[in-house]
Design a protein around this ligand. Structure first.
Ligand SMILES: Nc1ncnc2c1ncn2[C@@H]1O[C@H](COP(=O)(O)OP(=O)(O)OP(=O)(O)O)[C@@H](O)[C@H]1O
Ligand SMILES: [Mg+2]
Length: 353
């Protein structure tokens, strides 16, 4: 037999022998490790690019504001005790949904909505529900992300945020709700901001923005405040935030409506019955007597649920999952009220419950 005819798998004594199957396995392993490495490198490179872009944006003065579609799943059906308010909101919405009809009568639709009233009564909730019902994007502009110690930067940040809103509308064709919560800060009366002149300059940006007729297409302006008297009056004139709605503290019937609706929201989320409550009127009456707002009612329901959660965890052998009962709710309401009164006595602001 010549060299050419030699069996390739023939073992040579003293030499390290690898079968062809083993060779394939090693090569496969090597290749998959290589692929994994290259995937990691790719991810690292993407991350570096991402941070470099963010850094560049930051240097260019962009505020870290994110445009997000409201994911709260809040709808008008969840808002309790405010039927009159929702009726007025509907009329404001006509300006967006039936703008042509306004033009037909030579009128311009309202441009901006300002909700005012005591804390915890549903202003932010209504704004979110409105963005969901209108199917628009929701962009909140908080003063804290706009403000900057550098001269001129705050106005630039605000302009950038508004530009971002316009661009989102142009790119997606979907309207954008620009929302300013705690508007008494962003829209504070001009000339009263000694040492904080930056606020005056931001108010000027808003005045210019609201006056920029055609350029605001696709934007819906909504703001909320606890202090209407602190808002710059020029911003409330026609063609600016000219649609004012008061969101009052709930009446007795309102408290009952909120109570029932909030229980519904929680049971919907849990997809089961949580409440075994027969004294709705009694409980609502107690809530009303101690002056509860929607936020307080939500907090009471949360505390009652937390009590049941603790019971579940601490008594796992009990067969029935505990439900929220009349007596538990009454106890939580009384405890909550006692703490609120104590906080008030010591000067804490308990506006939000
Ligand atoms: N009318 C209402 N119907 C149902 N739930 C309500 C109502 N008002 C308040 N709530 C509950 O209280 C929570 C807080 O309310 P919200 O933040 O909307 O109050 P707000 O008026 O914006 O208060 P603030 O002035 O302090 O910003 C809501 O998320 C909701 O769970
Ligand atoms: Mg709010």
């Amino acid at each position: 037999m010549t060299n050419k005819d030699e069996d390739p798998n023939k073992k040579i004594p003293g030499e390290f022998y690898i079968s062809s199957d083993e060779k394939d396995r090693i090569i496969d392993k090597f290749v998959s490790e290589l692929l994994l490495q290259s995937e990691i490198i790719k991810k690292q490179r993407n991350a570096i690019d991402h941070y470099r872009k963010k850094l560049e944006e930051k240097e260019a003065g962009d505020p870290s504001i994110e445009i997000v579609v409201s994911q709260e799943e809040t709808s008008y059906n969840d808002v309790g005790g405010l039927d009159d308010v929702l009726y007025k909101i509907k009329h404001f919405e006509y300006g967006m949904t039936h703008a042509g009809t306004y033009t037909h009568f030579g009128e311009t639709p309202p441009k901006g909505l300002l909700m005012y009233g005591p804390p915890g009564c549903g202003k932010t909730m209504i704004a979110k529900a409105m963005s969901n019902e209108l199917g628009c994007w929701f962009l909140e502009i908080p003063l804290s992300t706009i403000i900057s110690e550098y001269v001129g930067k705050a106005e630039k940040n605000l302009n950038n945020a508004l530009k971002m809103a316009k661009k989102t509308y142009e790119d997606s064709g979907t309207k954008v709700m620009v929302f300013v919560d705690e508007a008494e800060q962003m829209f504070r009366k001009k000339g009263r901001n000694v040492g904080h002149e930056v606020i005056d300059r931001c108010v000027n940006v808003w005045l210019r923005t609201m006056d920029g007729m055609g350029s605001n297409e696709g934007l819906i302006f909504v703001a909320a405040t606890n202090y209407l008297e602190s808002i710059e009056p020029a911003l409330l004139r026609a063609g600016r935030f000219d649609y004012l709605i008061e969101i009052p503290k709930p009446t007795l019937a309102g408290v009952e409506d909120i109570f029932v609706k909030q229980m519904g929201v929680r049971e919907r989320k849990a997809e089961r019955q949580i409440y075994c409550v027969s004294e709705i009127e009694n409980i609502s009456g107690r809530m009303y007597d101690v002056g509860m707002t929607g936020a307080d009612i939500t907090e009471v329901l949360k505390r009652a649920s937390l009590q049941c959660i603790r019971d579940c965890i601490e008594n796992p052998i009990v067969k029935d999952i505990p439900t929220v009962t009349d007596s538990l709710l009454m106890k939580v309401i009384n405890d909550y009220d006692r703490v609120q009164k104590q906080k008030r006595k010591f000067g804490f602001d308990v506006g939000n419950g």
